[in-house]
Design a protein around this ligand. Structure first.
Ligand SMILES: Nc1ncnc2c1ncn2[C@@H]1O[C@H](COP(=O)(O)OP(=O)(O)OP(=O)(O)O)[C@@H](O)[C@H]1O
Ligand SMILES: [Mg+2]
Length: 604
């Protein structure tokens, strides 16, 4: 094969669309130590992509070499690949781009007395004027491969992908300034930020910062930091999910699954959590050379990573926001129910205030810049041991005896109960305004969390079936049942081979005795086949407990006394995850005095 053809095929793997070029050029600029990067685009990047940086530049004698395949200044041996700390290491990107576009490089090496321009097509070099740093210009992408060009979407779509590529880099590197121009107009500008929270606010939104909590968790050789959105911030699309491994943006099944299982207990239906998370791990424990675009990685020990990520997020989300003093609050009433334009201007400061308070929580992603103590109180939160029963009533003893008047200093974040509404809601008054609590949803969570604590470590009781339920099983299912024979009993299940192709369910958890045993067995085996047993055990337990809690929780239309209502509010404040019911719906909302005033057009 001619060299040019080889390069074009390689380019097909690396460059799918303009955004792929942007990604590669940004990687190079960051590897060169840039502090300010300017991206200029034309026609969504198809006509022109120019990335200018103030990094160390390329020495004159290396300029032409940089366009050759497998020319990299970043690693010299296989050993280096094991511990690669730069974004690039394959020495392919520029060669690949040069094969499918018109490429030009201007660069001045730090300390050199002049800059040089290289024409990628002719290999000609000439001196030019330029400060230290590099500008790479890519014109007429895919001019030589029209088939590829046909697959491109509209300019607007390609531009959006390019901006997203920059955003992915920018979120991981708040200390670097980025600006993006399209057709000569500035479309995004994210200034170098001293505080990571500032970058999150700029590149995502103030709302992201206001409605996320700090994550910082070390589990063996793995450290997970960053910001995880509270359940209330979840979206219908998975468009604000950023995961970095050793500074590189990745999409990975293990990580995605770990995140999903961490949110499972607090997220409603198909809602997609938002997060910007960063995993640091010894480079020798992760292979980054799996995919040409480096978006996939392979962990040496997927379980260790899965556990670290799940625990990191679970811990961060566990503390009830009702009981926390400085953290994200559920969304202000207005942002949920009215378009922004309908919110009176003077209501906005309250929202900004929330953003400022939340800002501290986002600091933990970049550990070296973490403000001491910020957010630390949240992760260490543990509910006080409670003696209340599971019966559908509340223990009102100690709390009801307390003064019904306002406790000083917001000691009761959810306020003082006023009344019950429609047999469903509790109305309470706190310093900010009116608190509305869905009493069944809230109590369900309280009972559930208490059951979880009690059952921690113990196995689920199982009930033998009078007649074993047999079913035709796949070879995979039979293999899993055999391999997991030790784990199944802890789930309250007994599944044994009946014939080489048939499995028999002989016992199920007592609480699920009414359900379909075959369906249960199948789903548990499917989970076991995919994931590590300990997760499945915990999840199955949680599902069982959740079902039990629902039956144990106070029903609608039960009349509660004010004391009972207050007791429920106090239990909520002390219960982990109490801002969401077991199905991920919110348990309470705040209607602030400002919002009430706005409803009555007061104070204008
Ligand atoms: N903006 C830049 N500033 C300084 N040096 C650069 C820049 N862009 C490219 N280079 C030099 O050119 C070389 C080739 O870049 P290229 O992106 O093709 O390969 P790489 O980054 O080493 O590996 P990969 O293919 O994984 O990206 C780099 O190793 C680096 O020495
Ligand atoms: Mg590179």
């Amino acid at each position: 094969m001619p060299d040019e053809l080889i390069s074009q095929i390689a380019a097909g793997e690396v460059v799918e669309r303009p955004a792929s070029v942007v990604r590669e050029l940004l990687d190079n600029a960051l590897d060169a130590g840039a502090r300010q990067i300017t991206v200029r685009l034309s026609a969504g990047g198809v006509r022109l992509i120019s990335v200018e940086d103030d990094g160390q530049g390329i020495p004159r004698e290396e300029l032409t070499v940089a366009l050759r395949r497998h020319a990299t200044s970043k690693i010299a041996s296989l050993n280096d690949l094991e511990t690669v700390g730069t974004m690039g290491f394959r020495g392919e990107a520029l060669a690949a781009i040069n094969a499918i576009a018109e490429l030009g490089i201007h660069s001045r090496f730090a300390g050199a007395d002049s800059a040089f321009a290289l024409d990628g097509r002719t290999g000609e070099m000439r001196p030019v004027a330029r400060a230290t740093g590099t500008t790479v210009e890519v014109r007429e992408l895919f001019f030589a491969t029209p088939a590829r060009r046909k697959f491109l979407k509209t300019d607007a779509t390609e531009l959006a992908h390019c901006i997203e590529a920059v955003r992915r880099h920018a979120l991981a590197r708040p200390e670097v300034g980025f600006s993006i121009w399209h057709e000569g107009k500035l479309v995004e500008q994210w200034r170098a930020a001293a505080q990571p929270a500032q970058r999150l606010a700029d590149a995502l939104s103030d709302d992201f910062v206001a409605r996320s909590v700090a994550v910082d968790h070390t589990h063996g050789p793995v450290r997970v930091t960053g910001s995880a959105g509270i359940p209330d911030a979840a979206r219908s699309r998975a468009d604000q999910q950023y995961f970095y491994v050793n500074g590189r943006f990745v999409r990975d099944k293990v990580l995605a699954h770990a995140v999903r299982s961490a949110y499972e207990d607090v997220l409603h239906g198909q809602r997609q959590p938002v997060y910007v998370l960063s995993l640091e791990i010894d480079p020798s424990r992760v292979d980054v050379n799996v995919h040409p675009t480096k978006i996939e990685v392979r962990f040496r020990d997927g379980r260790e990573v899965h556990q670290a990520v799940r625990h990191a997020i679970e811990n961060a989300l566990a503390a009830p926001r009702a009981g926390a003093s400085s953290t994200a609050t559920p969304a202000p009433f207005f942002s949920q129910t009215m378009p922004a334009a309908a919110v009176p201007g003077w209501v906005q400061p309250a929202i900004h205030f929330a953003a400022e308070r939340g800002a501290g929580d986002a600091l933990a992603m970049w550990p070296q810049q973490r403000a001491d103590g910020e957010g630390a109180a949240l992760t260490g939160f543990a509910p006080p041991a409670s003696t209340a029963s599971f019966a559908p009533s509340f223990s009102t003893g100690a709390v009801a005896a307390a003064s019904p008047a306002f406790a000083p200093d917001d000691a009761w974040p959810l306020g003082r109960a006023l009344a019950q509404l429609q047999g469903i809601y509790i109305l309470a008054e706190n310093r900010q305004g009116l608190v509305i609590v869905d009493m069944h949803a809230a109590h369900e969570r309280i009972v559930y969390e208490r059951l979880k604590q009690q059952l921690d470590g113990a196995a689920i009781t199982s009930q033998p079936l009078l007649i074993p339920a047999t079913f035709a099983a796949t070879p995979q299912e039979v293999a899993t049942a055999e391999a997991c024979a030790g784990v199944l009993p802890t789930l309250g299940l007994e599944i044994t081979p009946f014939s080489p192709r048939t499995l028999a369910v002989r016992a199920v958890p007592g609480t699920l005795a009414d359900g379909d045993p075959v369906e249960l067995a199948r789903s548990v085996l499917a989970e076991l086949a995919q994931h590590d047993a300990s997760t499945v055990v915990q999840r199955a337990q949680n599902e069982l407990l959740s079902t039990m809690a629902c039956h144990g929780a106070v029903r609608a239309n039960r009349k509660l006394t004010v004391e009972e209502m207050n007791a429920l509010l106090r239990q909520m404040e002390a219960t982990e995850r109490s801002d969401q019911c077991n199905h991920g719906r919110p348990t309470w909302r705040l209607l602030s005095v400002r919002e009430l005033d706005a409803l009555f057009l007061r104070g204008r």
